[in-house]
Design a protein around this ligand. Sequence first.
Ligand code: XLS
Ligand code: NI
Ligand code: NI
Length: 444
Amino acid sequence: MSKVIIGETEYFKGISQIQFEGKESRNPLAFKYYDPNRIVSGKTMAEQFKFAVAYWHSFCNNGGDPFGVGTKLYPWNTSCDPIQNAKNKMDAAFEFLSKLGVNYFCFHDVDLIDEGSSLSETEYRLQAITDYGLEKMKGTDIKVLWGTANLFSNPRYMNGAATNPDFNTVAYAGAQVKNAIDATIKLGGENYVFWGGREGYMSLLNTNMKRELDNIAQFFHMAKDYARARGFKGDFLIEPKPAEPSKHQYDFDAATVTGFLREYNLFDDFKLNLEVNHATLANHTMAHEMQVAANAGLLGSMDANRGDYQNGWDTDQFPVDLYELTEMMLVFLDAGGFQGGGGINFDAKTRRNSTDLTDLFYAHIGGIDAFARSLIIADRIKSESDYDSLRSDRYSSFDSGIGLEFTDGKLSLSDLHKLAHQQGEPQQISGKQELYENIINQFI
Ligand code: XLS
Ligand code: NI
Ligand code: NI
């Protein structure tokens, strides 16, 4: 673990580096389950999970909502000079990461520094802050898990970015993505994300969906070609979400994006960045989304958070639900972890009324511990219970004999017909869901 990195001002005073103290510890500023060196399922926890902090939620978001202004007056967001402000924010980010013992962060271009009043001014600012970032990263373990371009906040994208019906706007989005890719590459970013909040529609009446999908596919190809030509080796990740802010988003869920990548020949360079609260908004569980992605070899990375059972929007709360996380970790272990260079980005925010700087630590410690604990539980379920064998036994009729011939494509529909006549009505075999559920509970 790298040492604590403090800039000109120490922002999180009185907090030293967070340590693993074990589950008996009563220290709220310690990990109870996350021991980076502990080996679970053949890898250290630090290798299993590349945890990342989301720049936007933790260092930018001031707690404003549609009903009220911000409540969080972050001490690093007080300078009127945009470049100085961005440097202060980066100092705070590096201090936080190093004290938390998390090595990765994720950013949108506009999180690093505010946009200027022209494209050139924005580019100048991005140069300045990425120069500063590069300098700060030297000799530390701090890295970028992924970068992205915010193609949804600026009013220019109200009709979409890469799916905008106006070509000039698409070109502007292209410039922004080029700059964000440059910034990601410059900071050694390991992946590049596309989340299309405005890539969709509010009304199908004024929308040519086919044309918009063709355009965004073209756009992805251009972004990929550009980055590859600049030597970028990481994955491009598409982050599915069914809606919000658009009524319908094109990257609806894992299955939709998988089909899109196949259709437009983007399969080799793109994977998925799945987000828990987006899965639940699409009426799926996160485990389902992870399984769909894993089936296609697209389990790229994850945005960790949780939704609210009563609310129909992206509340981005920190993960705490062990049952949900254990189900996710079972899929994660089955897939052998991420199928690329992804990690676990806390795309989560403290509540509007959680206004102490310490709350940022509690939130991340809680999320990290919840993941660590669930991984340990899932690993025990797989190694100490009948869970795996119960499930594989359900399919054992395909493992040999005529069932295996079916699997291998050696039978025809007429063969099935003949067999059914020979064997008569099949036996009733219990699915035993309750038994599986009890196993999960037993190990939690
Ligand atoms: C919004 C998304 C967003 C992406 C990055 O719902 O989760 O935060 O992760 O643009
Ligand atoms: Ni996200
Ligand atoms: Ni989200």
